[in-house]
Design a protein around this ligand. Structure first.
Ligand SMILES: [Zn+2]
Length: 274
């Protein structure tokens, strides 16, 4: 997987079409850079709004031969930041990586003429941290390539707040239910699970007391009310106990809400299976 910076002067048009492109009249280097892109590569999008989206290529860059000449179009998943981050802020955080000959931004913070620029891994980590997308969003691109894009999951991933990160750090990125560390080439992987979901219709709070650190399997099971948790940490619908860190005050209201849902939905599922 490689990382790129893209200066999208026509952001809204390309976003609506879900593509990045170099048309036949593009400068040659723009097209050549697009041809380097491979499915799954991560592209950080900048326009006059600043840093506004993280894109994941859904296919390899391949030359298209048209009557007028050669072009290249790549379909991408667009993950919008909730708020664009000004280019000045990004430049100050990444200036040490921007002094190269072929750089997306010049020393005055003005965008250079090129379209796509490869960037080093260290710089992409800074941009991922700024976007709060973390590793979750990249992982989801692997899922997206196999399954149709699901807006619900994208919203959840974008909302992986600093608080969710804090909870994951508290548990060393290890699931509170199975305590099994999931080790990827990028490091330990876990998910911040909101007990009462954020947004409509439940409007759960984005507070530490409403967040658990779970592995992807237990996250899905918990969100679908396949099991629930008693106030003392005892699992309902599964054997055993959830591990609760002494510094983690979990909201009783959240647990109680989840058990109510489990009672309504989970038990119906058990009945159906029976
Ligand atoms: Zn687990």
């Amino acid at each position: 997987m490689k990382f790129y910076w893209i200066n999208q002067a026509n952001f809204s048009k390309e976003y609506q079409q879900g593509i990045i492109q170099a048309s036949v009249d593009s400068r040659n280097h723009a097209r050549l850079r697009l041809l380097d892109i491979r499915k799954g590569d991560v592209i950080f999008s900048f326009s006059t709004q600043g840093f506004q989206a993280v894109l994941i290529a859904k296919e390899d860059g391949i030359q298209r031969h048209e009557i007028q000449g050669v072009s290249c179009v790549i379909t991408c998943d667009y993950y919008l930041l909730e708020m664009p981050i000004s280019t000045t802020v990004v430049v100050s955080a990444t200036s040490q990586y921007l002094d190269r000959l072929y750089s997306p931004i010049n020393s005055n913070g003005k965008r250079n003429n090129g379209y796509v620029f490869p960037i080093p891994l260290e710089m992409s980590q800074v941009l991922l941290d700024m976007s709060q997308c973390s590793f979750d969003i990249i992982r989801s691109s692997v899922e997206c390539s196999a399954a149709p894009r699901r807006l619900g999951s994208i919203n959840r991933l974008i909302r992986d707040s600093n608080l969710a990160k804090e909870v994951k750090v508290l548990y060393g990125h290890t699931c509170q239910v199975c305590r099994t560390p999931l080790i990827t080439p990028q490091g330990y992987y876990a998910e911040g699970a909101h007990i009462i979901p954020l947004g409509q219709p439940y409007n759960g709070a984005d507070v530490i007391g409403n967040i658990l650190c779970l592995c992807p399997n237990h996250h899905v099971l918990f969100d679908s009310f396949a099991f629930s948790i008693n106030d003392n940490g005892q699992l309902v619908g599964l054997e055993g106990n959830v591990f609760i860190h002494p510094n983690h005050q979990i909201s009783r209201k959240s647990f109680s809400w989840h058990r109510d849902q489990f009672g309504l939905i989970g038990l119906t599922l058990v009945k159906r299976r029976g």
